[in-house]
Design a protein around this ligand. Structure first.
Ligand code: NAG
Ligand code: NAG
Ligand code: NAG
Ligand code: NAG
Length: 179
């Protein structure tokens, strides 16, 4: 799982809420107005949290933390993968997209696309046809030794990173085979 930061406009926070809507919890996560649980009718429009099996979700991502002072929420992002299948002798891919268009949130530019692998070329882009953003990076290593990548760093061996620009509110990931 990866960390994602979602930034929202601080001026939206100053508006008031009914007393019973000021604060609630879902799982271990504190939810303060303008966020609220959809079924409680407490959220300011666009700030609805779905509390599902005591786990909070925003858009299609699980919420880990909401910080009003920072204007950020942290969500869990599933990892997209593309792995060789020795049975089918093909690549099995599972890719993920994140849609925040139509919400008050966008991705924080503190996020990076991180790619781990030995012959891995991953792309990240905003929406097909109407988008402006396309980037990606190649992760490579000698003799398949991705274990030389060090936990907690992305030093260039078996790992690469590329920035995510300010203002993005949608991304999709896909893989291409590298020679
Ligand atoms: C709630 O959780 C169930 C089981 O994990 C899942 O099938 C369902 O899609 C979830 N609903 C939402 C709105 O996330
Ligand atoms: C959420 O973030 C705040 C501020 O960084 C921190 O004090 C709090 O412990 C965090 N809560 C969780 C559940 O991670
Ligand atoms: C590999 O491919 C086979 C045949 O398509 C499939 O049944 C199997 O689940 C795949 N293995 C993995 C680990 O995904
Ligand atoms: C990497 O480091 C994190 C934080 O120190 C730790 O929680 C995690 O288990 C480590 N992963 C591996 C594969 O060593």
């Amino acid at each position: 799982m990866l960390w994602l930061t979602v930034a929202f406009a601080a001026e939206l926070l100053s508006s008031g809420a009914k007393a019973e809507c000021q604060h609630t919890k879902c799982g271990g996560v504190d939810i303060h107005y303008p966020f609220g649980i959809r079924s409680d009718n407490c959220a300011s429009p666009g700030f609805e949290i779905d509390c599902n099996d005591t786990k909070p979700f925003y858009a299609n991502a699980e919420v880990l933390n909401i910080s009003l002072p920072l204007g950020q929420i942290r969500v869990m992002s599933p990892i997209s993968s593309s792995c060789y299948n020795t049975t089918s002798k093909g690549m099995d891919s599972s890719t993920w997209e994140f849609q925040l268009a139509g919400t008050p949130c966008m991705f924080s530019d503190s996020n990076k696309l991180t790619v781990i692998g030995c012959r891995t070329l991953a792309y990240i882009a905003d929406e097909d046809y109407v988008g402006n953003y396309l980037s990606g990076c190649v992760s490579a290593c000698r003799r398949g030794e991705v274990k030389s990548a060090t936990n907690g760093t992305c030093s260039g061996i078996g790992c690469c990173q590329t920035p995510i620009p300010k203002g993005l509110n949608y991304y999709q990931i896909w893989f291409a085979s590298t020679p």
